[in-house]
Design a protein around this ligand. Sequence first.
Ligand code: AMP
Length: 611
Amino acid sequence: MPEAPKQAPKPADDNLHDKNRKALQFIEDVTANADEVQRRVLAEILSRNAHVEYLRRHGLDGQTDRESFKKTLPVITYEDLQPDVTRIANGDKSPILCSHPISEFLTSSGTSGGERKLMPTIEEELNRRSLLYSLLMPVMSQYVPNLEKGKGMYFLFIKSEAKTPGGLVARPVLTSYYKSSHFKERPYDPYTNYTSPNETILCPDSYQSMYSQLLCGLCQHKEVLRVGAVFASGFIRAIRFLENHWALLCHDIRTGSINPEITDPAIREAVMRILKPDPKLADFIEAECGNDSWGGIITRLWPNTKYVDVIVTGTMSQYIPTLDYYSNGLPLVCTMYASSECYFGVNLNPLCKPSEVSYTLIPTMAYFEFLPVHRNNGAANNPISMPKSLNEKEQRDLVDLVDVKLGQEYELVVTTYAGLYRYRVGDVLRVAGFKNKAPQFNFICRKNVVLSIDSDKTDEVELQNAVKNALNHLAPFDAIVAEYTSYADTSTIPGHYVLFWELSLNGSNPIPPSVFEDCCLAVEESLNSVYRQGRVSDRSIGPLEIKIVEPGTFDKLMDCAISYGASINQYKTPRCVKFAPLLEILNSRVVSKYFSPKCPKWVPGHKQWSN
Ligand code: AMP
C-alpha cells in the first residue's frame, strides 16, 4: 500500500479558490487606489527611462512627476514616432525610447502609409499581458460556476512573422504571446485547459491549424464548457470551416486516423494522443451537421457549452446575429480590451448584453490619459479627417484616469513601460461607470475606420485613394465614378467589402465586365497590408465586390438621409453605409455587380524590407 503523505496536500479546489480570491482582491486594490497606482506607474516609467534619447530630446530632464510630464511631452501619433521606430528597426540599439532592450516589434492591425504600425516592446511586457489574462477567469467564475471542471474550445492562431532590416522579429501580439514560454510552458491550470493542443495552435499553416483544432474540439465535445476565439469573425470562420469539412472530420473520428492533408508531424502526434476510433461520435456529428438547419449547431455539437467567449464590441458587433443563430442565444462574452501597444482592461460584468459591455482599465498596465472627444464638432465630422497634431490648449485638456466624467467620450492616450509616451491609440471610449475609483468604458469606435471585416481597419483616406487608383481602368471608356460609398457585407462568410458606384458615362463604348473586375482588383491592391493579408494568407476576407447603381441613386440616398434628420446644408455622401434604409436604397438600384477575380499581392513584413 502506498504510504500516506505526511501532510495532506491542499485540495485542488482550495488552491483555485485561493487564486481566484487573490485575483479579485488585486482588482479591488488597484481600482480603489487607481490614482496612486497611476502616479506610481508614471514615476516608474519615467525614472527607469530618464536617460533615453526621446525624453532628453523633449527636455524632461529626469523629472518623474505628472506636472512636468504633461508640460514637457507632446501628445503624439504613430507618424510622430516613425523616425525613431525606423531607426530601431534598422538596428540602432541605443536607448532611444526605452532603457530596456527592445525585444521585438508587435505589428499592429492599425496601419500607417498602408503598412502595419510597428510597436516596440520589451520582454517584461509579457508579464503584464499574462497578468491581465490571469484576471479573466476569476472574474468569470463569479458568474458561471464549475468552469474548472471542463475545457475551453478556443480557436487560436499564429500569423507569419518577418525580420526587420536590423534583425528584430516583427509579428502580431498574439503570435508573440502564443509562442512565448508564458503560453507554451504554462503549468497545468484548469482555466487554461484547452481542447487544442499547443502544437495545433502553433502551426503557421492556417488550414492544418484550423482542421486539427476542430478535430480535437469534436473528439472532446462533452468536456467543452466554453467556446471562443479572439474576435467574433474568427469564431464564425471556424464554424464555416466545419460546414465545409465535417465529412472529412467525421471520417477521421470514425477511423481514428488523420486526414493525410495534415502533414505537420507535431500536429499529427498531438492529435493522435486525443483521437480514438469512435464510430458512434462520428454518426452523431454526421447527423447534426447533415441537418438542413445549422441553427444552434454549437449547443448541439458541444452540449455543455455555457457561453461563447469572443469580442463582439466595436466593429465586431456586426456578427452578433450570426453568433446568436449558431449558438442558440448563448451568452456572448467579451472579456478583455487590449492592443499591441498595451493590454488595457477587463470586463467585470461578463454576462451583460454585448451593447452594455464596459471595460475597466487596470491601472497597473500603463499610464492612461484621456482626450475629450466632441463627436458633433466640425473636426470629428469632417469626412476625410487626418489625425492632426494637438495645439497647446488641446494638450492641456487631457485628463487623468480618475478624472474622466460619466457619459463623456474620450480618445485613449497611453504611456507604456515599453517606451510610448502620450501616444494616441486611436480608440474612442465612453465612460459607462466606475469600479471603485477606476472608470469603466464602453468601446465606441476606432477613429476614422470606415470598413472592417476581421482585424483590418480601412479608413476613408485609404478608401478614397484605392477608388482613385481603380478609376484609371475606366478612363479609356470616358467614364468616371460620380459618387461612391461602401459597406462591409458580413452576410457572406468570410465577409467582404462592397463598393457602390454611380457612373457618369460620356463615351459610347460599353464597358466589359473584365474592366470592372480589374477595378475590383485595383482597389484591393491599393488597400493596406492588413487587408491584403486577410485576403491572401488568413482567408478571413472575401473578394471585393463593386455594385454599379442606376443614375440618380445617390440623390435618392441624400433624400432618404435628410428625411431621417441629416442637415441639407451639411450633407456629404457617407463613404460607408450601415443604416438599413440607406442600404436598401442602394441595393434596390443595383444594375450589375462584379467581384475581384483573384487575390491582391501580399508578402509578410514591410514593403521596404527584403524578406
Ligand atoms: P492591434 O493593435 O492590432 O492589437 O489592435 C488593437 C485594437 O483592436 C484596439 O486598439 C481596438 O481598436 C481593437 N480592440 C481590441 N480589443 C477590443 C475590444 N474588446 N472591443 C473592441 N475593439 C477592440
